[in-house]
Write a protein that binds this ligand. Structure first.
Ligand code: ATP
Ligand code: MG
Length: 550
């Protein structure tokens, strides 16, 4: 990589390597709290941490920051592992849990108390907030700030052994109640919380606060560069203060800008509301910006990783256009998807001059971008389906599809001319009567005759019914996170279910991991609930950006 294209984090690491700050080691970590499913913003952090480690021949840990028992669950621990793996990253044997360090963190806290750097405070959480002051006004010292050392030790031990109720005591760092950085005004280190933890059960009733825990986790694991998002910039002095006071191994915290995407919310808290209140069908609903949602919808890890490369790493917050992610997806799917034909809104076509019983198989390329995946045979017969919107009785100018008297190509098959239509008593078109030119097999004429339109089709006798889900953006607002009530901006048309689609027969047996392009309609992916009885496909993305026109 050239010096110029390096991002600011790589430059910091290069400098550290020159000064031998970490003995030329690079060791990062991805530290999710298991309180929800991972979203596309987490993917940014995952790619950043694992890629940086990889570039410098270093290591990256997966660490569960499970310090808050109330919100955390094993289900999330499992899904996080699955998502990181799916993105293509490997933490090898380095999966850690903050909860494994609870005893060590407790001992470190005792050490702080012994050094007179922490005290047990009996102010209520509200009182602590009240006495913190403001940016303009210094805070006021807690009346418990000068408690004797031995009394602090005794009380802290009794907090741990469960003698006190929730909220009655905290352990606080003794820093400076008039510090210009509010985070340094005697922050809480431990709180009492009688709650069952998903891993440690009832062993603990005091739990460490984030700032205390995070630096220690990094230190214990020998992390060199602790990459976190910008909102922790003001917490860095505290991160450093704890590690300095304890005189332990001291990683470097570096902040980068979060990924924000247009039309997308990225907060686990809000995503959880969508799930719990059933605005979507679960965390992996294909409309969700979760990694599991993207996976189910048919996004590829490569598309997401390429997008993250393109986005880069910045020091200032900005909002990325989701169309960029979609275009990265199209580039990847165009290369790897198999082409098939599918009719989403079928209209019956009878080829009147085609023999009643005859069936034949026309040859179709599986992927014009990749000859190695070969061809397949597609059945053709007297009765076919085409897309309703590919026929118009009264077409506008420049309509090159089917109308009475026009000739078009049925892809891979024949030139077809429409002669007549049959309507029901309400004037709805029931079927078209067409003729084929038997000398145009393969969709080519041998007399130099040209047609302008090419339609996709399926043979009615052979096609298989399916349900197809068409997704649109989940939010109508460019920046739903900034709206007062993001719920009000849910797109009521984010899901359209097409119940009567007809697919080319081999889509039934096509392996479900293979992405497909339905000719002319977009990229599609078999849903995980799809069965041989009820085939279900999700549209991953349309062939073109339809929002660009809006
Ligand atoms: P949320 O606000 O969605 O709950 P979080 O930061 O609380 O996210 P964590 O589980 O603590 O969720 O995040 C794990 C890691 O992922 C953190 O290092 C965090 O900085 C990073 N991360 C979270 N959201 C983003 C984002 N949008 N862009 C980049 N990194 C992110
Ligand atoms: Mg968090």
């Amino acid at each position: 990589m050239s010096e110029i294209s390096k991002n600011f984090i790589q430059k910091i690491i290069d400098d550290d390597n020159i000064s031998k700050k970490f003995d030329n080691k690079v060791h990062t970590r991805f530290p999710p709290e298991p309180n929800g499913y991972l979203h596309i913003g987490h993917a940014k952090s995952i790619c950043l941490n694992f890629n940086i480690a990889d570039e410098y021949n270093g290591k990256c840990n997966l660490r569960f920051d499970d310090t808050n028992p109330i919100a955390e669950e094993d289900e999330y621990v499992r899904s996080i592992q699955e998502d990181v793996k799916w993105l293509g990253f490997d933490w090898e044997n380095r999966m850690h849990f903050a909860s494994d360090y609870f005893q060590q963190m407790y001992e470190y806290a005792l050490q702080l108390i012994k050094n007179d750097d922490a005290y047990v405070c009996e102010l209520s959480p509200d009182k602590i907030k009240e006495t913190r002051g403001t940016l303009q006004k210094p805070g006021t010292d807690s009346p418990f700030r000068n408690r004797a050392r031995d009394e602090n030790i005794d009380l802290f031990q009794r907090m741990k052994s469960g003698e006190f109720e929730n909220g009655t005591k905290t352990l606080r760092a003794k820093i400076d109640m008039s510090h210009p950085n509010m985070n340094m005004r005697d922050p809480v280190i431990y709180r009492i919380l009688h709650a069952k933890h998903h891993r440690t059960g009832d062993n603990w009733c005091i739990y460490p606060m984030y700032d205390w825990a995070h630096g220690l986790e990094d230190s214990i694991e020998g992390i060199t560069h602790s990459l976190c998002s910008l909102e922790f910039e003001d917490h860095r002095p505290l991160y450093d203060w704890y590690l300095d006071k304890l005189d332990v191994y001291h990683p470097q915290q570096i902040e980068f800008a979060r990924l924000n995407l247009s039309y997308t919310i990225m907060s686990k808290r809000k995503l959880k509301i969508l799930v719990k209140e059933k605005y979507v069908n679960g965390w992996d609903d294909p409309r969700m910006p979760t990694i599991s949602g993207f996976r189910r919808r048919g996004y590829t890890p490569k598309a997401i990783r390429n997008f993250m490369d393109e986005v880069g790493v910045a020091k200032r917050d900005n909002v990325m256009d989701i169309a960029k992610l979609e275009s990265s997806l199209r580039v990847d799917l165009n290369k790897r998807s198999q082409r098939r034909m599918a009719v989403l809104n079928p209209l019956k076509v009878v080829i009147t001059n085609y023999p009643e019983e005859k069936e034949e198989y026309v040859v179709a390329k599986n992927n014009p971008e990749d000859e190695s995946v070969g061809t397949r045979k597609v059945p053709f017969s007297k009765i076919l389906y085409i897309e309703k919107e590919d026929f118009m009785e009264h077409p506008p100018k420049k309509f090159f599809r089917l109308t009475i008297g026009s000739e078009v190509r049925f892809k891979f098959a024949y030139f077809i001319t429409c002669n007549d239509m049959i309507k029901d008593e309400n004037g709805n078109i029931l079927e078209l009567h067409c003729t084929y030119d038997k000398d145009t097999l393969g969709g080519r004429s041998n007399d130099g005759r040209k047609v302008k339109g090419t339609l996709h089709w399926v043979s009615a006798k052979h096609s298989i019914p399916a349900k197809v889900m068409i997704y649109d953006r989940l939010f109508t607002s460019l920046n739903p996170d900034s709206e007062n009530s993001f719920i009000d901006f849910i797109n009521p048309e984010s899901l359209e279910i097409l119940e009567n689609c007809q697919l080319e027969p081999d889509l039934k047996t096509l392996e479900s991991e293979i992405p497909v392009q339905f000719e002319r309609l977009g990229y599609f992916f078999k849903d995980l609930n799809s069965t041989n009885e009820t085939l279900i496909f999700n549209r991953t993305v349309a062939l073109r950006d339809t929002w660009a026109k809006k």
